[in-house]
Design a protein around this ligand. Structure first.
Ligand SMILES: *Cc1c(COP(=O)(O)O)cnc(C)c1O
Length: 230
C-alpha cells in the first residue's frame, strides 16, 4: 500500500469515529457507497460502519463479493424496472426506495421465489419535484395499505431525499413533512406494517434530520470524502 492510500484510509477512519461519536443512541448510519471501490467499502466497514447503502446493483454485487456479511446492505437507488433481480434480492437486507405498487409487487414476487421477506421503506418525494422518484406525501398512506397485503414484503418506515440545498436549514420543512406522514401511518397500526425507521439526511443535512426524528441517516461524502463523479 502506498503512502497516499494510507493517509486516505486514516482520514476515513477518523471521519467515521467522529461521526459515530456524535450520534445519539438508536440512530443507524448507512454509508452511501456510490462510485466507491469494493476496497474502500471494506475499509469503512472495518472502521465501524455496519450498513452499506448502494444505488447501483452492479456496484453492490462487486462490493458484496469483497465485504460479504460483515455489513448489512441497503438499496437506496432509483428503481429501474427489473433492476432488482434474484441475486440483488439475496444481497439486500432492506430496500429503502420503494415508491410504487408495481415495484413492490415485483419485489414481492421475486422474494417469494427465494423464500425471503424483504423489509422495505417507502420513498417519499417530500420536495414534490417532478423529476424525482418517491411517492407524493398524500399518496403514501394508500400505497402502504396496498403493499401491506403483500406477504413477502414488510413495510418498516419511510425514506426521503428532499431537494438538495447548500444550507441545511432549507431541508427542515421536507423532513418535518415526512415525519408527519410517518407518524400518521404509524398511528393507523396497519397489519404487516411496522413503522420503525425514518431514513432522512445526508452529509449536509443529517443534523437537521436528526432533530426532526430521523433514525437512519445516509452519509456518503462525510465518510468517504468527496466523490469524483456521482
Ligand atoms: C449519495 C446519496 C446519499 C449521500 O450523499 P452525501 O451528500 O454524499 O452524504 C444519501 N442518500 C442517497 C439516496 C444517495 O444517493
Amino acid at each position: 500500500m502506498d503512502y497516499n492510500h494510507d493517509v486516505a484510509s486514516e482520514l476515513t477512519k477518523q471521519n467515521i469515529v467522529k461521526l459515530l461519536a456524535e450520534l445519539p443512541d438508536g440512530v443507524e448510519v448507512v454509508a452511501a457507497a456510490k462510485t466507491r471501490t469494493p476496497e474502500e467499502v471494506l475499509e469503512v466497514v472495518q472502521a465501524g460502519i455496519k450498513i452499506i447503502g448502494e444505488n447501483y446493483v452492479k456496484e453492490a454485487k462487486e462490493a458484496y463479493e469483497v465485504v460479504g456479511k460483515r455489513a448489512k446492505w441497503h438499496f437506496i437507488g432509483t428503481f429501474q424496472k427489473h433492476s432488482v433481480r434474484r441475486k440483488a434480492l439475496e444481497i439486500f437486507d432492506m430496500i429503502e426506495s420503494v415508491d410504487s405498487l408495481e415495484i413492490a409487487r415485483e419485489i414481492n414476487r421475486r422474494c417469494a421465489q427465494i423464500g425471503k421477506i424483504m423489509p422495505i421503506l417507502i420513498e417519499v418525494n417530500s420536495g414534490r419535484e417532478p423529476q424525482k422518484s418517491g411517492a407524493l406525501p398524500e399518496d403514501v398512506e394508500q400505497l402502504v395499505r396496498q403493499i401491506s397485503g403483500l406477504r413477502n414484503i414488510k413495510v418498516m418506515g419511510l425514506m426521503t431525499m428532499g431537494p438538495r440545498f447548500g444550507n441545511s436549514e432549507d431541508s427542515r420543512p421536507y423532513f418535518v413533512e415526512t415525519r408527519r406522514v410517518f407518524e400518521q401511518i404509524k398511528g393507523l397500526e396497519l397489519p404487516n406494517v411496522e413503522m420503525r425507521y425514518l431514513s432522512m439526511g445526508m452529509t449536509n443535512s443529517y443534523k437537521v434530520a436528526l432533530e426532526e426524528g430521523a433514525n437512519i441517516i445516509r452519509i456518503g461524502t462525510r465518510i468517504f470524502g468527496e466523490r469524483n463523479s456521482a
